[in-house]
Design a protein around this ligand. Structure first.
Ligand SMILES: C[S@@+](CC[C@H](N)C(=O)[O-])C[C@H]1O[C@@H](n2cnc3c(N)ncnc32)[C@H](O)[C@@H]1O
Ligand code: SF4
Length: 448
């Protein structure tokens, strides 16, 4: 058990700007020129021919209202006439992939993210999903999920999507206090969260996740307790307990509040500690960065079995080598190469209407990058990695991590300690040659 004083000094030392490691290399380190469509499709197909199970991510960017804290790629509008042309464009983009496939892929995982997928009419969602799933194969043990905003998720959404094979949903709760919801301009009530959860359970969804954030403007320990009380009452299967990422140079909505009203450093870490202690007390178990699950949840079961994986959609129990991202701003990944789509909705639609993939950037991984990527995944998903991962990079940094009690060394393995879990991004950064080269530049959000 480490003392509060020691924890405070660790927080001070390690609260530096580090990547979130949703990808390796992180997007700011991708190559300057985007790969060509030919190069991307060739690399993708080579990988599908070896592992034909794929994941599909579909970005649905519209929201009716701007939540000021939001760091996602979204378009705010109340005009629902945007739905049909957007779905048409995603179908056109999928058609380009269909034309290129040399092996028929099998969809193992499909996720609707946003923006707000439930902004769309359930029948538009049906048109899109049924088009995609009927054009290729779908694995018998597939996992389909979507992000549900409690203020726009209707019984019809839940029923249509369940009928299309969705069994998991993630509800954006963030915080339950009216004061905080007002500060972040998020229009929803606790009752809407309860109703969405209960209805989903009645329909038969087998895993419900709540997204919660600590570090929001004006948030105090009391607010965290109120949110945890709701979790205790509803007992969702999984919790994503995110650190608020403050990136006002990128997400301009975040300029709506004063930085002095944000809990920072030890105050922010305290909010995390209070929330985490409550989650553990309620029977949730820690699984990797920011995530908690009940022992009955499939993600926890796969974590225990050392089979948990992480991709751009977050943690998953379904390993696929290739992920195709459809829609504006989506990222695709076939292990050897990443690409990202055009972010601006109209430009995205215009490009796909010409029969071209809307690739704006990407990165082909070198052998060394693939290796580092594998090591970082092991650290994040299993909490350990072989010593070989660090030998060529930064033995000195690791000696520091060992001295600070964040990792331990046994035989040929480096293991993240319980204290180290809180600093996992820093531990990954210590085996990241790119981070080491560019250390401390303000391109990433703070670790805590
Ligand atoms: C696309 S949003 C959620 C879907 C839906 N639009 C909603 O708001 O309910 C995905 C999640 O990202 C998280 N998120 C967004 N902005 C964030 C930020 N600045 N820091 C940390 N987490 C953030 C939130 O927890 C959010 O639920
Ligand atoms: S949090 Fe969700 S609803 Fe709010 S702006 Fe972001 S994507 Fe849209």
């Amino acid at each position: 058990m480490i003392t509060n004083l020691l924890m405070s000094s660790l927080i001070e030392k390690y609260n530096t700007a580090v990547p979130r490691y949703t990808s390796y290399p992180a997007v700011p380190h991708w190559q300057r020129e985007a790969p060509s469509q030919e190069a991307w499709l060739r690399t993708l197909n080579a990988n599908i021919s070896e592992h034909n199970e794929i994941s599909v991510y579909i970005h649905l960017p519209f929201c009716e209202n701007l939540c000021t804290y939001c760091g996602c790629n979204k378009r705010i509008t109340k005009n629902h006439a945007v739905e049909m042309p957007y779905i048409d464009a995603v179908i056109q983009e999928w058609d380009i992939y269909l034309d290129s496939f040399e092996t028929t892929p099998v969809i193992k995982e499909l996720h609707l993210g946003g923006g707000t997928p439930t902004f769309f009419d359930p029948l538009e969602l049906r048109r899109l999903i049924s088009y995609i799933t009927s054009s290729v194969e779908v694995a018998a043990d597939h996992s389909f999920s979507f992000e549900a905003h409690p203020n726009s998720t209707t019984a019809e959404h839940l029923m249509e999507l369940y009928d299309l094979g969705f069994k998991r949903l993630s509800i954006g709760v963030q915080d339950v206090s009216p004061k905080i919801l007002k500060a972040i301009n998020r229009h929803q009530t606790v009752e809407q969260v309860r109703v969405t959860t209960e209805l989903a359970r009645e329909i038969g969804y087998d895993s419900i996740n709540y997204d919660i954030i600590y570090g929001l403007p004006f948030q105090t320990e009391e607010h965290i307790h109120q949110t945890m009380d709701l979790i205790d009452e509803m007992r969702p299967d999984r919790i994503a307990f995110y650190s608020y990422a403050h990136v006002p140079w990128k997400s301009k909505g975040q300029r709506a509040y004063d930085e002095k009203d944000l809990p920072m450093g030890t105050a922010k870490q305290h909010l995390k500690d209070v929330g985490e202690a409550r989650l553990i007390d309620m029977g949730y178990l820690t699984i990797g960065m920011d995530h908690y699950a009940l022992p009955t949840d499939q993600l926890y079961i796969s974590y225990q079995a050392g089979q948990m994986h992480r991709n751009f959609m977050g943690y998953t129990d379904q390993y696929t080598r290739c992920m195709i991202g459809l829609g504006a701003s989506s990222i695709s990944d076939c292990w050897d190469m990443y690409i990202q789509n055009e972010k601006h909705v109209e430009d995205y639609q215009r490009i796909v209407s010409t029969g071209q993939l809307p690739i704006i950037k990407g990165h082909g991984l070198t052998k060394c990058e693939s290796e580092t990527r594998g090591y970082i995944l092991q650290l994040i998903c299993q909490g350990e990695v072989t010593i070989a991962a660090i030998e060529s990079v930064s033995p000195d940094r690791y000696l520091g991590l060992i001295k600070d009690g964040l990792v331990s060394m046994k035989n040929d393995q480096i293991k993240v300690t319980e204290t180290g879990q809180k600093f996992i991004r820093n531990i990954c950064a210590a085996i990241d040659p790119k981070y080491i080269a560019q250390a401390e530049q303000q391109v990433f959000s703070k670790a805590i």
